[in-house]
Design a protein around this ligand. Structure first.
Ligand code: CP
Ligand code: NVA
Length: 317
């Protein structure tokens, strides 16, 4: 495959073509096999990664740190209070300084513009590890997990139940139609995706032949779904919304009845984690045999390693 991602950043998932996403999924499978067989190399030896975190994280931080560190790279964790990002020092200046010292930068935080400015000025690959708007490294792991479970992803149907405006839903609206996966957002009207996100998703779907739907009706929305995906009702930074969200989203909980409404025994349950059990998903579903949430979590590491290998080292990494 003639794909080279050397020098590229990952900010939304829109910047990758379907061929490039396919390449990353295949490279992720390869690095997963290597790790399982204990074949670790030193492909990041002598390289450095800056990890900027304005919001907390378990999976994303550990995936970046372990994927980079186990191959000889040196990750440096920079928490919100460690640097002056956007307070006493502009994001522009921080970007130029970090770009002189590091080979690549991960940013997790609030504003999408912050990660965009870092990418525009650092001169090294920048990876969005979650903003208020997008979570592209999550959706790469989700696509890999679907590929592992079903053998091939084109033509599958995924229903996302919950806050249709959040970062994960918005990124699924990029990744699914791009890869030929039908996607349905199931949420109350107040939390339907915005028109711009939907228009972009429909444009991508036209190219791949997939379908994009939005509905308030849970039973209708999940019918025939191969995967039901959910996420927390209030995302990081939206804690003040929690009570209102619980009222709005309680009818959209993924429970045994919702799983049965797909009419397919092989439907998988997906969640980016962390989960609030008893809210967006019941304990029996997340712990049950249809749940693939631990595979998704593990695959964060393999997809992130594949992303760093291809953007730092290029083909033949
Ligand atoms: N799914 C995910 O991004 O998890 P963390 O918030 O723990 O990084
Ligand atoms: N939508 C969630 C995702 C967490 C990985 C949040 O932003 O908190």
């Amino acid at each position: 495959m003639s794909v080279t991602l050397k020098g590229r950043s990952l900010l939304t998932l829109k910047e990758l073509s379907s061929e490039e996403i396919r390449y990353l999924i295949e490279l992720s499978m390869l690095v997963k096999r290597e790790r399982r067989q204990g074949e670790l190399r030193q492909r990041f030896a002598g390289r450095t990664l800056a990890l900027i975190f304005e919001k907390p994280s378990t999976r994303t931080r550990c995936a970046f740190e372990t994927a980079f560190g186990e191959e000889g790279g040196h990750p440096v964790f920079l928490a919100r209070d460690d640097i002056q990002l956007g307070t006493k020092e502009s994001v522009e200046d921080t970007a130029r300084v970090l770009g002189r010292m590091f080979d690549c930068i991960q940013f997790r935080g609030f504003r999408q513009t912050t990660v965009e400015v870092l990418a525009a000025l650092a001169g090294v690959p920048v990876y969005n590890g979650l903003t208020d708007d997008y979570h592209p490294t999550q959706v790469l792991a989700d696509l890999m997990t679907l590929e592992e479970r079903f053998g091939s992803i084109e033509g599958l149907s995924l229903a996302f139940c919950g806050d249709g405006r959040n970062n994960v839903a918005r990124t699924l609206l990029v990744g699914c139609p791009k890869m030929g996966i039908n996607v349905t957002i199931v949420s109350p009207r107040e939390l339907h995706p915005d028109q711009a996100a939907l228009a972009e998703a429909r444009e991508l779907a036209r190219a791949s032949g997939a379908e994009v739907r939005v509905t308030e009706d849970l039973e209708f929305g999940v019918r025939n779904a191969d995967a039901i995906y959910t996420d927390v009702w209030a995302s990081m930074g939206e804690e003040a919304e929690s009570e209102r969200r619980e009222r709005l989203l309680r009818p959209y909980q993924v429970n045994r009845a919702a799983m049965a409404s797909t009419g397919k025994p092989r439907t998988v349950f997906m969640h980016c984690l962390p989960a609030v059990k008893g809210n967006e998903v019941t304990g029996d579903v997340i712990e049950g045999p249809q749940s693939v949430v631990w595979d998704e979590a593990e695959n964060r590491k393999h997809t992130i390693k594949a992303l760093m290998l291809s953007t730092l080292l290029g083909p033949g990494a």
